[in-house]
Design a binder for this molecule. Structure first.
Ligand code: 5AD
Ligand code: FES
Length: 351
């Protein structure tokens, strides 16, 4: 796909033509990753964060958040629950939390890999190469780090670096690849200041990075963040250039990501389910996605992991979400994947 083709799909409003995009993405998904929907048990194990992302409710300056970090034993219990619920992978996600030390995390990964058959995906933000290497050596299989937007000026505006450092997620994605991780990234859709041109470039960058996993979801304003306040948004664009943070735009990006990266694993995300709790995930799965990440975080912690407001499944338990997700997958005639379900893109060359 050329830049202009991607752009014209992103601007397409004709339902009949869009139906063609959905069909194509669904066919490419079936051909390259099959009909199975892989489940990843998401453990949001720490909401502590030292960063000041302009969009995220967990930013360090948000004093309204009650902070927690689960113990290694609590996390092991979640991992065992994920096994019982039939999931082949756990995703360990946290804010950028220096209390999550290299050694503590490495030991935890070793325990999960030693005591369960699970694949382990880490989503811990921007960490030193030595940390990433130690966790890989401990057995971690995959790492998720969204680049959020390919527009550098917009990225800098919404994602201030730590003191005296630069934030270069693209370089880190290269480091992860070199360390042998299965590599995932992605963007938010409809960030204030994000143009159609930016979003088209994001999709081109998915392909250029040869991503194994691609997570995308709508930007959802959190009232206790700077980005929610229009006075703090100097990158305001004219209406016909600003990407809407809409459900339909999310499906377009899922479908185009599938066409750009046929063998990637692509989730129907919680942010999408937050926009449309009725059948958002199902429509995502029918328009290019092949993964769902049901939450296995204990309810008493999950309510405090408020990246954005009204997150789907906030009041649910791991068991409820497990049953719900399986029923939704079967209702659209697909099967729940068995085993760790790596991306065929990763398997294609033994990196
Ligand atoms: N709306 C939507 N997605 C968000 N994320 C963070 N804050 C928000 C928000 N307000 C996404 C980012 C991050 C991922 C873990 O959650 O893309 O990488
Ligand atoms: Fe959590 Fe449906 S996935 S209730």
């Amino acid at each position: 796909m050329t830049h202009d083709e991607i752009l014209s799909w992103l601007r397409q409003t004709d339902p009949a033509r869009l139906a063609r995009l959905w069909r194509e993405a669904d066919a490419v998904r079936q051909e390259h990753v099959g009909g199975d929907v892989h489940l990843r048990g998401l453990i949001e194990f720490s909401n502590r964060c030292v960063r000041l992302c302009g969009y995220c409710g967990l930013r360090a300056a948000n004093t309204k958040v009650e902070r927690y970090r689960m113990s290694a034993d609590e996390i092991m219990q979640c991992a065992r629950l994920a096994v019982r619920l039939g999931y082949g992978t756990v995703v360990l996600q946290s804010g950028e939390d220096p209390g999550v030390t290299r050694d503590w995390m490495a030991e935890l990964v070793r325990r999960i890999k030693g005591e369960t058959p699970l694949a382990v995906t880490l989503s811990l933000g921007e960490r030193d190469e030595a940390d990433l290497a130690a966790w890989r050596a401990a057995g971690a299989d995959r790492y998720l780090l969204r680049f959020e937007t390919s527009n550098r000026a917009l990225y800098d505006r919404i994602h201030p670096p730590r003191d005296g450092q630069t934030s270069d997620r693209l370089t880190l994605l290269g480091v992860l690849r070199r360390l042998g991780y299965e590599v995932g990234s992605g963007v938010m859709i409809g960030i204030p200041g994000q143009s159609y041109d930016d979003l088209a470039r994001d999709i081109e960058l998915f392909a250029a990075l040869d991503l194994d996993m691609i997570g995308v979801g709508p930007y959802l304003a959190h009232p206790d963040t700077p980005l929610a306040d229009p006075r703090d948004m100097p990158l305001l664009l004219p209406d016909d250039e600003q990407v809407p943070a809409s459900e339909e735009m999310t499906y377009k990006v899922i479908a185009l990501a599938r066409l750009a990266c046929p063998r990637a694993n692509i989730p129907a995300t919680t942010a999408l389910a937050t926009l449309n709790g009725t059948d958002g995930r199902e429509l995502g799965l029918e328009r290019g996605a092949n993964v769902i990440m049901p939450n296995v975080t204990p309810p008493q912690y999950r309510v405090h992991y408020e990246i954005y407001p009204n997150k789907a499944c906030l009041a649910e338990t791991a068991e409820t979400c497990g049953r719900c997700v399986a029923a939704r997958i079967e209702a659209i005639g697909r099967a729940v994947g068995v085993g760790p379900g790596p991306s065929p893109n990763y398997l294609k060359d033994s990196r």
